[in-house]
Ligand binder design. Structure first.
Ligand code: ADP
Ligand code: TRP
Length: 331
């Protein structure tokens, strides 16, 4: 039997180029060698998305994005976290095996506390229990489906390690290897994609290139990439350019070499460099964009796909949770 890979994505905004190259594509590539589970972590997003309409919109948008980039819902199990209530029951069970100290040490919580202290506020100011207990719910996501491999960004590695540790405690207590011990998988080839201003591309910096803008709007956005004041004639150092740094992510080795030469030869202004990047990106996004537009226009179809995913996910989760209830004496 193939090993299982499982990953979740939080519906917290419209997807951008950094999400695609840094998370979506690497996750989808795993379907070639693993049994894959992908889910929309809407209850995790609820720690920060507090408007119902936004949540609904982001869930549909993320669902359509994964499908547009080729997720095959027949091959992979693709579901919405909130559709699988077994996960939440398991989350409580696991919390009874989770030292509170783990949560105190979780990076996201610690960062929030240090920000508060630096601002002279109470340590826990504005920190909800959802944020504090986030890693337990994530452990339930992972252990519910006995994932062997969990592809995540480096910032999520600690959470997967918690899941592993919690699984060991549970297995050890009941003397049975109920849960597989998950391994975090951090892709070493994935680079941080920079945004329009050269910082990490992120919704929080408003420097993103959204994936599904219409062509004109996409070009307009690309034209906002920050450049220096070199004239078109001057030779340019590609490694000092935000435009090149983004463009090269889409190029194979030969095309990258050619583009470097063009920068270094002089005679290419920033307008032209941006146009070249736009053309490469637009070419790659044309297919997914039209598929995305088709999907997003048909919410009932998206709902049906999630409904099917829910059935598949629950057909695994229900008997497994029964086993855990029995083991714990809850049944
Ligand atoms: P944002 O920073 O825009 O809020 P998220 O935190 O929602 O993005 O990220 C979702 C996924 O996309 C994560 O797995 C994250 O590692 C990946 N990701 C986000 N931004 C980038 C980026 N600039 N480069 C590479 N990967 C990224
Ligand atoms: N916490 C992850 C993030 O912020 C999303 C997530 C929730 C997840 N549950 C998961 C990722 C389970 C992998 C496995 O990106």
């Amino acid at each position: 039997m193939a090993q299982r890979a499982l990953t979740g994505v939080k519906p917290t905004g419209e997807p951008h180029l950094g999400n695609w190259l840094g998370a979506i594509q690497p996750a989808l590539d795993l379907a070639r060698s693993y049994d894959t589970f992908y889910f929309i972590a809407d209850y995790h997003a609820l720690t920060s998305v507090h408007a119902g309409d936004d949540m609904r919109r982001y869930v549909r948008s993320i669902t359509a994005t994964y499908l547009a980039f080729g997720l095959d819902p027949e091959k992979s199990v693709f579901y919405r976290q909130s559709d699988v209530p077994e996960i939440f029951e398991l989350s409580w069970i696991l919390s009874c095996f989770t030292p509170k100290g783990f949560m105190n040490r979780a990076h996201a919580y610690k960062d929030a506390v240090s920000k508060n202290l630096a601002a002279g506020k109470d340590a826990d100011d504005g920190i909800g229990m959802g944020l504090f207990g986030y890693p337990v719910l994530m452990a339930a996501d992972i252990l519910m489906f006995n994932a062997d491999v969990v592809p995540v960004g480096a910032d999520q590695k600690q959470h997967v390690e918690f899941a592993r540790d919690i699984a060991e405690r549970f297995n050890g207590n009941y003397g049975e290897a109920v849960f597989h011990l998950p391994e975090p998988r951090i892709s070493s080839t994935v680079k941080t994609v920079i945004g329009l201003d050269g910082r990490k591309m992120s919704k929080s910096y408003d420097n993103t290139i959204p994936l599904f803008l219409e062509e004109k709007a996409l070009l307009k956005r690309i034209n906002q990439i920050v450049t220096n004041s070199q004239s078109p004639e001057e030779p340019k150092d590609p490694d000092q350019s935000h435009v090149f740094s983004l463009h090269q992510l889409l190029l194979d080795a030969n095309a990258e070499k050619e583009a470097r030469k063009q920068y270094q030869a002089g005679g290419m202004g920033w307008g032209m460099a941006k146009k070249m990047f736009f053309e490469s990106l637009n070419e790659k996004l044309r297919g997914p964009r039209s598929e995305y537009n088709r999907l997003i226009a048909d919410p009932n179809h998206l709902d049906r796909i999630l409904e099917k995913g829910k059935e598949r996910a629950r057909s695994i989760a229900t008997p497994f949770l029964d086993r855990i209830r029995l083991l714990t004496g809850i049944r």
